[in-house]
Ligand binder design. Structure first.
Ligand code: GUN
Length: 278
């Protein structure tokens, strides 16, 4: 069993980005918008802002009250679309219920959509002509490449079908020529499906849901879950049981989380170069 050190892979990626940024004549700029004060979202946004500073980016952390109107939020995004210092725009999700998330995402310029959530970028990923790729699935692909997993013909099971992780993750694996099964909270006989899997990616948001006995010996287990439990953070996989059967497994914390942030920086640097070229 090998525990995947996502923090180290992310640090190496950030060091590479910092070296490249040091040679640029303008700092790549990222704007991160947080609506309301959800504690988990506040931590994620702070981590993203700190990561920008670490690699020498310009960053704007924009806090808006939970009762902001749809039009006020769209106006802020349009302002950032036209701000030359800003290469990437990220609106932290989930948004308060009264806001139309889809319209918010579609208002971000596809050229600054470093989350890769705009329909234009998701469409390109679906067509296997990727442009901006969602950060968590792309970060998982970097992890799999770094540990030397060849995905061609492998049985991959994705547990979770969200727009942020599960769906784009399944398409990433398909684009890498894996055979992909997508499960969701209603899937029957999940254990049987997982027992066939060479690679498992779990993003379902239920603490320790995936049991060790559901995992094939020698499988790669990627846990995207981040669930508060007894004053700690745990993943969607029962780590202590799973690590006994898996060949490779990500811990929580210190696995996928740091890679999401490093990949956001990677996408922002890409947005900078593409904007400069035009
Ligand atoms: N909420 C959870 N993950 C993400 C992410 O990758 N991007 C944004 N914008 N919100 C999130």
């Amino acid at each position: 069993m090998n525990i995947i050190n996502g923090k180290k892979i992310a640090q190496d990626l950030k060091a590479d980005i910092a070296n490249r940024v040091a040679k640029l004549d303008r700092k790549p700029g990222l704007a991160v918008i947080l609506v309301g004060d959800d504690p988990a979202s506040s931590v994620y946004v702070r981590n993203k802002d700190n990561a920008c500073k670490e690699v020498g980016f310009y960053s704007e952390k924009i806090n808006k009250p939970a009762n902001i109107t749809q039009n006020e939020l769209l106006a802020e995004i349009k302002r950032l679309n036209n701000d030359d210092k800003i290469d990437g725009i990220l609106v932290q999700l989930p948004l308060p219920k009264h806001l139309d998330t889809n319209q918010v995402i579609e208002t971000i310029s596809p050229k600054k959509d470093v989350d890769g959530f705009h329909s234009e970028n998701i469409g390109k990923l679906m067509q296997n002509k990727p442009h901006f790729r969602p950060c968590t699935p792309k970060g998982v692909m970097t992890i799999l490449a770094t540990i030397g997993i060849n995905l061609v013909g492998k049985n991959c099971v994705v547990v979770g079908a969200s727009n942020i992780v599960g769906r784009p993750m399944a398409i990433e694996l398909l684009n890498a020529q894996a055979t992909v099964t997508i499960c969701n909270s209603k899937t029957q006989n999940l254990a049987t499906k997982l027992q066939q899997a060479d690679v498992i990616v779990v993003a379902i948001g239920v603490a320790k849901m995936i049991q060790g006995t559901w995992i094939k010996k020698g499988a790669v287990v990627i846990d995207v879950g981040m669930n508060p439990l007894d004053n700690a953070l745990v993943g969607d996989v029962d780590f202590d049981a799973a690590k006994k059967v898996a060949k490779w497994i990500t811990p929580v914390p210190g696995g996928v989380g740091p890679m999401t942030i490093a990949t956001l920086l990677e996408n922002t640097l890409m947005a900078y170069h593409l904007r400069k070229e035009k």
